[in-house]
Design a protein around this ligand. Sequence first.
Ligand code: MG
Length: 383
Amino acid sequence: MKTVSILGSTGSVGTQVLKVIDRHPEAFRAVGLSAYKNGELLRAQIEKYSPKYYYYPDGAVEVQSSIFDLIEDKKFTKCLSSLEELASMHADITVLAVSGMAGLWAAEAVLKRGGTLAIANKETIVAAGRHLKALEKKFGGKILPLDTEHSAIFELLRGEDKKQVKSLILTASGGALRDLPKEAFSRVTPAEALAHPVWKMGKKITVDSATLFNKGLEVIEAMRLFDVEASAVEVLMHSESVIHSLVELSDGSQKALVSAPDMALAIESALYYPAHGEDSVERISLADIGALHFAKPDFERYPCLAVALEAAKLGEEACIAVSAADEALVEEFLRGKIKFTDIAAVLNKVLGKFSGQKTVDIDDVLSIDEDARKYTYGILGVK
Ligand code: MG
């Protein structure tokens, strides 16, 4: 029996992790939960799983009012005072499924206790992946990727000699707007950008999938997780989302990971690691699918991808800056304050401002993040 702590248990990834735990009660037990906004769901989860610990942020009034009586009830052990504290409590696996940079300190806390961190939060890896990998090595912990593509690459690299790996190839579905004429992009509404054809995910990542900035972040994520240069990571358009990524070896062969597009595979691969699950996802027949399609990415259609790839080549500072700026821009787009095409336009300006030097420590990361957000809001004229 493995114990699992889920940071961000009421979100899209968190609820999918709990579904996996529900399917395998003999194998996993949820011992830590946390929510940011959804008090009612957190309450239901606390009652169902009786975790040892849970956390919600100070000032989250709705959450507090939903679970007020549970806080007093000793049956539910302990309400902790920070996400970092929850991360520092022992669990065999700690899942980081909160969004944005809020997860950074928690990721650090897991690795500093030599724990296993299953990480879905790509902003944290993009911003501080190199530092987190150093902590993994120093304290003997383990980072397991939950992002589908990176989970696939992690599996494909098992047993391979790193020196014989030539490139990592990330597949991309094309997102919600893949069939829309380019000319119509400036009029895209939040509702249209949120209608992803394959994956059901959180709002920020779904908009990032429509701009393909998500795939750019994933290139940087792959560089940090697998310690490779930007030139060794490629993006391949693949509309069926059946191949979840590929690895090219020195002999010219490519290995692909093929499965139904269901995040449960990545989750079970992490929870069962180093073993595999049983029937983690529905089996598929390639004969039934018949044909798979591939193409190069169209950078005119997806200028945000071009920005992220340029940042990946420039260096850490540029990567942190465009990632932070994008978080702010997507929020403004979802609030109806800017056009869809403004996201790429502003990201390009941010890219021109932040040069790309290496960060020394996590404080550096946070100060670049903050500067990039300020610069972005300055361009938008928002205080
Ligand atoms: Mg992904």
